[in-house]
Design a protein around this ligand. Structure first.
Ligand SMILES: [Zn+2]
Length: 482
């Protein structure tokens, strides 16, 4: 029987163009979704943008632009990047442009409110208008200022907000995470969250005054003076895309009845997805995610990516020079799936040349040249066989680089086979034996192409087509200068 699988990326805020860190998450999640579909599962894969984040509003104002067109334009950059990366999403939500999102967020609020998990409280503290955030002692520098906004005096502000009773869920969450009922991958991220929970969960603020939110966001049901603060609104997108608001068929199939509900996120928002979000779901009487996969970040040339340093890399620039699958390849194989990794153009270029131009590209071209010359007909498409355990176990565990290493070990073996058996010589003295070796190599290429389907879909398809047509392909990965 087919498994029903829900898979999501996080939804990034959209105050700038997407960078390679966003692209990494799109590619990892897409590879996983494609892998599950290939395994015969019924997958719903969702991605999109967190339009209602205050960071978007602040950036729009800085650019002297109205918030809505600013947000829509930037959301479009993210969608374009997904499309350019060949991301096979079933849904792309823009949270400021979706009725089911607004309705769903409000419904979840109502349900949590009825449960008694939402209360209003007066809060007083130091507030940075630059960040639009309350700051605590540990957030401020020696001058008593926000480090992000030096020179700006923090204001002492008192206001009423709604809070969510996170403290109610401390024990339940600990049990769920310790038992892997809510499975956090990798283990280090799980331990990090368990110690965060152990330090004591505090109720968190889930609304802002309309004024503080600059009039942007999802209105709090029954209180015109407040809008939802980012996390309550943004996190609920995962069920809203399935029409939680009306408890539609998709919500039934891919959330309530799903065999697996999986979120792929970056390490910076682990807490929100493995503590806040599960608590909100528990409050709403809604099943939790089974798995949260947490990836690391890219640094570039040894530094955090930032506009001021000027080291932000746009994935589309990489695609334009090297091609989609080269970018997907590099992110999956040469970036550790869980840990931070440093990106440099030199490393990218070297890996491209060694493993795609010389490795895969060269092998396909040599084998298919022989096949085209010596085989009388294309080889028969081989029956689908189960993927080797080494490969599936790695992908099941989100260990993309291990899965890719396995595929490249097969490429290396095929290369070695070619060198040892010398079919190009054998075919001249013993045509039958030569053809047998060539056909064997072509079949091995076909198996390699199948394993490349989740990670490098275009390349996979091209290799299969080339084999079934028994034709040497055009150059797949051109040799380029750095
Ligand atoms: Zn600030």
């Amino acid at each position: 029987m087919k498994n029903k699988v829900f898979v999501s990326t996080s939804i990034p805020y959209v105050n700038a163009r997407p960078h390679i860190g966003h692209a990494l998450e799109f590619v990892q999640t897409d590879t996983y979704a494609r892998y599950r579909r290939l395994a015969g599962d019924d997958v719903f894969f969702t991605t999109g943008t967190d339009d209602n984040a205050l960071k978007n509003v602040l950036k729009a104002e800085e650019a002297n632009e109205a918030v809505q067109p600013f947000v829509r334009r930037h959301a479009a950059y993210f969608k374009e990047t997904c499309d350019r990366l060949n991301i096979s999403y079933d849904c792309f939500i823009e949270t400021s442009n979706s009725d089911v999102h607004t309705q769903g967020a409000q419904k979840l609020w109502d349900v949590a409110n009825k449960k008694g998990d939402i209360y209003k409280k007066e809060y007083e503290g130091l507030y940075c208008v630059g960040c639009e955030e309350f700051k605590t002692e540990k957030d401020i520098n020696e001058q008593g200022e926000c480090p992000e906004h030096p020179g700006k005096k923090l204001e002492q502000i008192k206001e009423s907000n709604y809070f969510f009773k996170l403290s109610n869920y401390q024990k339940t969450l600990t049990e769920l995470i310790e038992s892997d009922t809510l499975h956090i991958i990798p283990e280090t991220r799980k331990n990090e969250i368990l110690s965060f929970i152990k330090s004591g969960l505090e109720d968190f603020s889930i609304s802002r005054s309309v004024e503080r939110a600059h009039g942007w966001g999802v209105p709090v049901p029954g209180d015109d003076s407040q809008v939802m603060y980012v996390w309550f609104d943004a996190l609920s997108n995962y069920i809203n895309v399935l029409d939680y608001a009306h408890e539609g068929k998709a919500f039934q199939d891919f959330w309530l009845d799903a065999n697996e509900r999986i979120h792929c996120i970056g390490k910076g928002i682990n807490r929100f997805h493995t503590v806040y979000w599960p608590a909100m779901l528990l409050s709403g009487g809604i099943p939790l995610p089974h798995t949260v996969f947490v990836h690391g970040y890219f640094t570039v040339d040894g530094q955090k990516m930032s506009k001021s340093i000027g080291n932000v890399i746009n994935p589309i620039d990489l695609i334009e020079k090297y091609g989609i699958d080269a970018v997907r390849y590099y992110f999956l194989r040469h970036q550790h799936p869980f840990e931070d990794g440093d990106f440099t153009m030199e490393k990218f270029h070297t890996a491209y040349t060694a493993n795609l131009v010389n490795g895969l590209g060269n092998l396909v071209s040599r084998v298919m040249k022989l096949a085209e010359t010596h085989l009388d007909a294309p080889v028969q498409r081989p029956d689908a066989i189960d993927f080797p355990d080494e490969f599936t176990q790695a992908l099941d565990a989100f260990e993309f680089s291990t899965a890719m290493d396995y595929v490249w070990s097969r490429i290396g073996r095929a290369d070695a086979h070619m060198t040892e058996e010398e079919p190009f010589k054998v075919v001249k003295t013993n045509p039958e034996e030569g053809k047998r070796i060539i056909a064997e190599l072509v079949l091995e290429l076909y198996h390699i192409a199948r394993m490349l389907h989740p990670s490098m879909p275009t390349t996979s398809k091209l290799i299969k087509e080339t084999i079934l047509a028994n034709k040497k392909p055009e150059i797949m990965f051109p040799r380029l200068d750095l």
